[in-house]
Each structure stands twice: as structure tokens, then as C-alpha cells.
Write a protein that binds this ligand. Structure first.
Ligand code: FAD
Length: 392
């Protein structure tokens, strides 16, 4: 039986970040990942442009990840606008109003993954078990026993799942999750725009579709298009020229003609909130704990917070020579992460549901909601504060 202090399941951005945050603790870590190391080292472009807050940038800087991303690939977000149908009214946020030079930054997901992978290379006490998955977890008083798909077995004082919102190890631990399937898919694609975007992001709730436009370096933008399944299939099947024209039409030529410059990627819209974030010698981080609907762009921001919160507690206990799987520490982690995420998770689902509803009462309500949000300074401040808040 191979014994380690910590097993992390999943070498996605959350699992890799947690691993990196435990560097220097003296703990031995086994990182178990389905994909091969060669794929993790050169992750493929997946269309996701991740909006990162000030606090997330700070966490990534402290882990030495931010510095590994080419600055030319990072796009500052200077303002944001939320629009409802064809109403001329829009809810706006601007960096200067918040006394910062940027509201946040957009970074391609595959570059975050690559930076996270690079940051753990050569880390003392770390071994990567790639190309395998976990097939069973047995809990025990002093350690949990893990069985891998190739038959190997590991004993760990603490097991952490970071294996996506559809986590199979969460289920192995008997932890359920509240799942909300929105019945729609989201397409993301990079396009070249004729007119400058001035680093403004748009969220545009049309009556038949939801659109977002994320400003990327130069004259490129990421179009984020939410549609019911049949219309999505039609969009997927279009050739590049027709797709460009259709997208230009969706955005009413506000950025002039738009031409695709990258591959199209489609994601199902399912929000997930685990019933518990901890169990016996066990914790959940990243999307495995909280899988957000992308409309408020908070998934990985929460992922970074979760691993930072857990790592801080584990590092503290390890430094004092304590038990890194102790229940009181895990309960503290669970409480903290629930408090930090639950309100925004619920608010995000409510927004997504309201703006996916085309019936007249919902149309009226969403117009009213935007106006109310505009008029109520604390609400605007809450959203802007979420983006620009720094770590304590
Ligand atoms: C279209 C879109 C736009 C988004 N935009 C934003 C945004 O603007 N801002 C933001 O903060 N977030 C955003 N997100 C969310 C963000 O992408 C996720 O929160 C983040 O990628 C989750 O990271 P993770 O490491 O928890 O999980 P994942 O990225 O899902 O990684 C999980 C890893 O676990 C591995 N794995 C799975 N099962 C097993 C197993 N059984 N055994 C071993 N390994 C396993 C997988 O191979 C993978 O490497 C967006 C998401 C989407 C879909």
C-alpha cells in the first residue's frame, strides 16, 4: 500500500491550484488525473475566456501562475453593460467609477490550465498519477483508501476531489448535489470585429437568445451565445462565412462585421451545488463543490477561493504537526466556502432563469429588475465590489 498525506483527484485548474498552494508544507501529495501528462502540459484551446476578479489575480500571483501567462494574452475589462431585449436602457459598470483601472481581466482557460501545470512542475513531495481514475474510496479512522483504475491502491490522510461539476468521486463518498439543468447550451467562439470594443463587455438578454460579448486583445471578441438545442445545432452546422454573418446579425452590427477566427465550442448549462463540501478525511474544491452557471462569470473565481481557503487551513494544521484530515478543520472549510458562495449561486440561477423566460411577466419583471438595480446604489456596489475586491 502506497501512503501519502494528500490525494487530489483532478488536475484541472482547481486541483492544480490546490496542489500548488500546498507547496512548502512538507506534505506528500498524489495528484490523480484521467488525462495524460502530455495533454495537461499543452492543453487545447477550449473557447472559454475566463473573467477574473482582482482577488483571483492576487491568488494567482501568490501561486506564481499569473506571471506565467503572456501579458499580450490578458485582456483588461474596463466597463460592462447589461441590456434587456430591445430596451434602450442598460445597467452599466465602469472601472473609473470604482476608482480602479480595470474591473477585471479576461484570460483564456487553456492558458490558465497551462500556467497551473507549469507552476507545480518539480514541486517537492508531488507525484502525478496520470491516465488513471479513482474507482473506489473507503473511509477509515486514520486514512482513506483509494483504488485506481489500474489496480493501484493508495492510503491518504486527506482526499480532495477537484474532478469537475459531474464529480464521480463526490458520489463515491455518498455526497449528493443540487443540480439545475437549464435545458440550453452555450456556444463560445472568437471573432474578429470591424469596430473597436473599447474593452467593454456586454451581457445582452434578448427575447429569443442570450448573448454576451467579451473583449479580447486587439480587435477580437468572444461571442457567447445561449440558444435552445435545435437552434444551437443549426449554428454549429453553419460554415464560417454564414456563422460570421449570423453572429453579426445577432449583435445588430454594433461591432460592425464579425468574422470567426477560432473554433466553436458548446457547453451544456447545468448549475451544481454539492450538498456538503466535506466528509470523513475528505473535501471538495472547484466545480466539484460549486459549479456555477457562467452568466455571472464566477465559476473559477470561486474555484480559486475554495482551494485557497482549504490550503490555508491544511497548511496551518500541518505546520503545527496536527491531523490534516481532522473533522473540525474540514467543517470550518465547509462553513466558510458555503457562506462565500451560496448567495451568489442562488442569485445567478435566479437571473439565468428569469432571463431565459420569454413569457410577458418575465419580460416586464426583468426590465423592472434592471431599472431597480440601476437605481439602487448598494446593488451596483455589490456587483462591482465582487469584481474589484482584493484579498484581506
Ligand atoms: C463557457 C464557460 C465560460 C466560463 N466563464 C467563466 C468566467 O468567465 N469566469 C469564471 O470564473 N469561470 C468561468 N467558467 C467556469 C470555469 O471554466 C470552471 O469553474 C473551471 O474550469 C473549473 O475548474 P475545475 O478544476 O474545478 O474543473 P475542470 O476544469 O472540470 O477540471 C476537472 C479535471 O478533473 C479531471 N477528472 C474528471 N474526472 C476524473 C476522475 N474520475 N479521475 C481523475 N480525474 C478526473 C478532468 O480530466 C479535468 O482535468 C466558465 C465555464 C464555461 C463552460
Amino acid at each position: 500500500m502506497h501512503k501519502v498525506d494528500v490525494v487530489v483527484v483532478g488536475a484541472g485548474p482547481a486541483g492544480l491550484s490546490l496542489t500548488r498552494s500546498l507547496a512548502g508544507s512538507g506534505l506528500s501529495i498524489a495528484l490523480v488525473e484521467l488525462q495524460l501528462a502530455s495533454t495537461l502540459a499543452e492543453p487545447a484551446f477550449d473557447g472559454r475566456e475566463i473573467a477574473l476578479t482582482h482577488a483571483s489575480r492576487q491568488i494567482m500571483q501568490a501561486m506564481g501562475m499569473w506571471q506565467r501567462i503572456d501579458p499580450a494574452e490578458i485582456s483588461p475589462l474596463r466597463s460592462a453593460k447589461v441590456m434587456n431585449g430591445n430596451s434602450p436602457f442598460a445597467l452599466g459598470f465602469a472601472a473609473e467609477r470604482e476608482n480602479v483601472s480595470e474591473l477585471g481581466w479576461l484570460v483564456p482557460n487553456h492558458l490558465i490550465r497551462r500556467a497551473a501545470w507549469e507552476a507545480v512542475q518539480g514541486q517537492a513531495g508531488l507525484e502525478l498519477l496520470d491516465g488513471v481514475s479513482v474507482t473506489a474510496i473507503e473511509t477509515g479512522d486514520d486514512a482513506n483508501l483509494i483504488t485506481l483504475s489500474d489496480g493501484r491502491r493508495l492510503a491518504a490522510r486527506l482526499v480532495v476531489s477537484a474532478d469537475s461539476r459531474f464529480s464521480s468521486t463526490r458520489r463515491m463518498m455518498g455526497i449528493g448535489a443540487q443540480m439545475r439543468d437549464f435545458g440550453k447550451s452555450m456556444m463560445v467562439c472568437r471573432l474578429h470585429c470591424e469596430r473597436p470594443h473599447r474593452h467593454e463587455a456586454w451581457e445582452w438578454f434578448g427575447y429569443d437568445r442570450t448573448l454576451a460579448m467579451l473583449p479580447l486583445p486587439g480587435n477580437q471578441a468572444s461571442a457567447v451565445i445561449t440558444l435552445p438545442p435545435q437552434q444551437m445545432q443549426e449554428l454549429v452546422a453553419m460554415d464560417d462565412a454564414r456563422f460570421g454573418q449570423t453572429t453579426t446579425g445577432f449583435f445588430e452590427r454594433r461591432l460592425g462585421a464579425m468574422e470567426p477566427v477560432g473554433t466553436r465550442h458548446v457547453y451544456p448549462l447545468v448549475g451544481v451545488y454539492a450538498h456538503r463540501f466535506a466528509g470523513p478525511r475528505y473535501a471538495l474544491v472547484g466545480d466539484a463543490a460549486v459549479g456555477m452557471h457562467p452568466v455571472t462569470a464566477h465559476g473559477f473565481n470561486f474555484g480559486l477561493q475554495s482551494q485557497e481557503r482549504l490550503a490555508r487551513l491544511v497548511n496551518e494544521v500541518a505546520e503545527q504537526g496536527g491531523d490534516i484530515g481532522k473533522a473540525s478543520m474540514l467543517a470550518r472549510y465547509e462553513r466558510g466556502h458555503r457562506l462565500a458562495t451560496r448567495p451568489l449561486y442562488e442569485a445567478t440561477n435566479a437571473i439565468a432563469a428569469l432571463y431565459n423566460d420569454n413569457r410577458l411577466p418575465a419580460r416586464v419583471l426583468r426590465g423592472a429588475a434592471l431599472r431597480a438595480a440601476h437605481g439602487v446604489a448598494p446593488f451596483r456596489k455589490m456587483i462591482a465590489g465582487h469584481l474589484t475586491q482584493r484579498m484581506a
